[in-house]
Design a protein around this ligand. Structure first.
Ligand code: SF4
Length: 384
């Protein structure tokens, strides 16, 4: 790591730096629901929801989730389906599954009390170094410094660091720097203040240095490089994925969804389908490189042990496009009308409209909408 700014090496100035940041945080912090509590359960839920999700989007989910599951006990005792339903729309459902798995461990191993040591907290599903430090410092004042993207950017700018922050050894250096600067008398507030500065003023683009409470300590500002640090990471090349999905509908308007595979014995039917679609209830879906209809026909014959698919009429629906980070997904959905839906153990049926309220991926939701739109335009009388 290149040379750190001299001002923050001096203990006296470090004190001034901490005082300035904490005073700013006390006065200007946003009023967020999870900041009104030191309850580790509430802080934990907020930290998990805030992973990959914006604050404004999290707030209504956070409040509803806590109404439904007000304690570790309630979360541990709930049916997984209910937990996923409360999570529906937030995406990245593994976060909800991990939360419940961790709640069960807290009940079994810690008598329902949130553990207090870093090692114990790191044993909980879905909790890594950042989340452990955030919960333990905010709830219990443990002297653990958080390091996430916001904090890393603030540190890099304060020290005028050049290059890719994700290069070898750099994250560890940043963690050491975060540990050095941590105010051990107010670890929770300190961590939140660093994150708040990164989220509100020291933003990725156009940092508002004139309003910054620690501008006099900032090397990037002194050098006029605030908006050039950190340097942009090289973008991962996009991967294109083609899928075909079957919306099977009977004459009562019922459609069929397949269950997520059992986790321990996950039946891997396809390279992309399990990770993108099949972790939740989903339409029969297969990846395809060529003829989507032919691939789907073959899949349905295998999946439902049909003699042949030649009697099935495939109506092509509007192509569905969806992006998950670097993966650009294109789904060719087909509406397939059947007198009776196939009966297999790992499937459930329900009216198409109702599927939208189920805990399904956004991709499955888009496929359902394409089918509903098509059926609506046909004005089908399901009473047939
Ligand atoms: Fe960030 Fe600007 Fe403050 Fe430096 S002066 S910490 S670049 S907002």
């Amino acid at each position: 790591m290149n040379k750190v700014t001299r001002s923050l090496r001096l203990d006296g100035q470090r004190k001034e730096f901490r005082a300035a940041l904490l005073a700013w945080f006390a006065q200007f912090q946003r009023d967020l629901p999870w900041r009104r509590s030191r309850d580790p359960y509430r802080i934990w839920i907020s930290e998990i929801m805030l992973q990959q999700t914006r604050v404004a989007a999290v707030i209504p989910y956070y409040e509803k989730f806590l109404e439904r599951f007000p304690s570790v006990q309630a979360l541990a005792a709930a049916l997984e389906h209910e937990v996923l339903r409360s999570w529906s729309g937030l995406g990245y459902y593994s976060r909800a599954r991990n939360l419940q798995q961790a709640a069960k461990l807290i009940m079994a191993k810690h008598g329902g009390e949130f553990p207090r040591t870093r090692a114990e907290v790191l044993e909980l599903a879905g909790i890594g170094e950042y989340t452990a430090a955030a919960i333990l410092s905010i709830a219990f004042g443990e002297t653990l410094a958080v390091l996430d993207g916001n904090v890393a950017r603030v540190l890099a700018r304060l020290d005028g660091l050049r290059g890719d922050l994700h290069g070898p050894g750099r994250w560890r250096d940043l963690q050491n720097r975060a540990d050095e600067l941590l105010d051990s008398d107010a670890a929770g507030d300190w961590n939140q203040a660093m994150m708040e500065l990164g989220a509100t003023l020291c933003t990725p683009r156009a940092p508002q240095c004139l309003l910054c409470p620690v501008q006099q300590f900032c090397e990037a500002r002194r050098l006029g490089l605030a908006d050039k640090i950190p340097e942009k990471r090289k973008k991962r090349a996009d991967v294109m994925i083609q899928l075909a999905a079957a919306v099977l509908v009977d004459n009562k308007g019922q459609s069929l969804l397949l269950a997520p595979p059992a986790r321990s014995i996950g039946k891997k039917t396809d390279d992309h389908v399990p990770s993108l679609v099949a972790k939740l209830w989903h339409f029969p879906t297969v990846s395809t490189t060529g003829n989507a209809e032919a691939a789907l026909r073959q899949f349905l014959v295998q999946e439902f042990a049909l003699q042949s698919s030649s009697s099935l009429a495939f109506d092509a629906l509007k192509t569905v496009r969806h992006t998950v980070t670097y993966r650009k997904i294109e789904v060719a959905p087909f509406l397939i009308r059947m007198k009776a839906l196939p009966r297999i153990s790992r499937a459930k049926t329900m009216v198409l409209d109702r599927i939208l309220a189920e805990p399904i991926s956004n991709l499955t939701r888009k496929v359902a909408r394409a089918a509903i739109e098509q059926l609506g335009s046909e004005k089908i009388d399901w009473r047939g």
